[in-house]
Ligand binder design. Structure first.
Ligand code: CAA
Length: 260
């Protein structure tokens, strides 16, 4: 399918969704959020894809935030709808039944940090900059920044970023626990694809169940969460992949997983 503001490509079992509005540093306007939703639906409908990489077009920005030009004239009802559209889009990324890796290749500000944090984990290039500068515009984060960021890095660090509106480097974001790994820009995509391929080579159902249990269990108390894990663990034993994985181990060969 052709999109106006994103590119969706595939490389074997890996999907790559590129936010593509380089003239506005890939800022998220309504149309782009709608395109991302349709792109996620397309990935959902393609079981051959095992992992999705989310990145930004060009070498300067991942996403420089929600589109300020579009937001400037909004009234409060339009802002509510815009925030809800952003939330729905980010939830579709978070809930995709496959891992989503953010490859942050430059500025990830406001909605840019928020969309990256909605992914399962983040790899960043050395030139990446993170931040939630909404207070410098007289507003505050509206695509989950006040909620996902504290859950990821703790309330104190999230409040420091949100109240100050300051930008941090990829290295600082790594130290804060926003970013898992930092690479030179030239090798970011290659390294992200390597990580995606490693995940794609594993039993797909096991990976999906793990994502579901980690996310669903995160806000439960430990006893309920461990109980959820046990039930999901037992579901793994209804699959051909479980037999294949364990048989391959015993036969000292590589497993041939089918995702069934
Ligand atoms: N919305 C709309 N357009 C944007 C944009 C945004 N968030 N960020 C950059 N652009 C546009 C600029 O207006 C500029 O367009 P023109 O060439 O037509 O003038 C173009 O992209 C290039 O940007 P700059 O000239 O500003 O580039 P720079 O290198 O000087 O600065 C930057 C780069 C530091 C990222 C700067 O562009 C910037 O500060 N952008 C805004 C960052 C921001 O405040 N993001 C938060 C948005 S609010 C939000 O996200 C709310 C929410 O939670 C939902």
């Amino acid at each position: 399918m052709e999109y106006k503001n994103i590119l969706l490509s595939t490389e074997g079992e890996i999907g790559i969704l590129t936010i593509n509005r380089p003239k506005a540093l890939n800022a998220l306007n309504i149309e782009t959020l709608q395109d991302i939703q349709m792109g996620i639906q397309e990935v959902k409908g393609n079981p051959a894809l095992k992992v999705l990489i989310l990145t930004g077009a060009g070498e300067k920005a991942f996403v420089a935030g929600a589109d300020i030009t579009e937001m400037r004239g909004m009234n409060s009802i339009e802002a509510l709808n815009f925030s809800r559209l952003g939330h729905l889009t980010l939830k579709m990324i978070q809930d995709l039944d496959r891992p989503v890796i953010a490859a942050v290749n430059g500025f990830a500000l406001g909605g840019g940090t928020e969309i990256a944090v909605a992914c399962d984990f983040i790899y960043a290039s050395e030139n990446a900059r993170f931040g939630v500068p909404e207070v410098t515009l007289g507003i505050f984060p509206g695509f989950g920044g006040t909620q996902r960021l504290p859950r990821l890095i703790g309330k104190g660090k999230a409040k420091e970023l949100i109240f100050s509106g300051k930008m941090v480097s990829a290295q600082e974001a790594f130290q804060m626990g926003i970013v898992n790994r930092v690479f030179p820009l030239a090798s970011l995509m290659e390294e992200t694809k390597k990580a995606a391929a490693q995940i794609a080579g594993n039993g797909a159902i096991g990976v999906r169940l793990a994502k579901m249990v980690i996310d669903a269990g995160f806000n439960l108390d430990l006893t309920e969460a461990c109980s959820l894990e046990s039930y999901a663990f037992s579901v793994g034993f209804t699959t051909e992949d479980q037999r294949e994985g364990m048989t391959a181990f015993i036969e000292k060969r590589k497993p041939n997983f089918k995702g069934k």
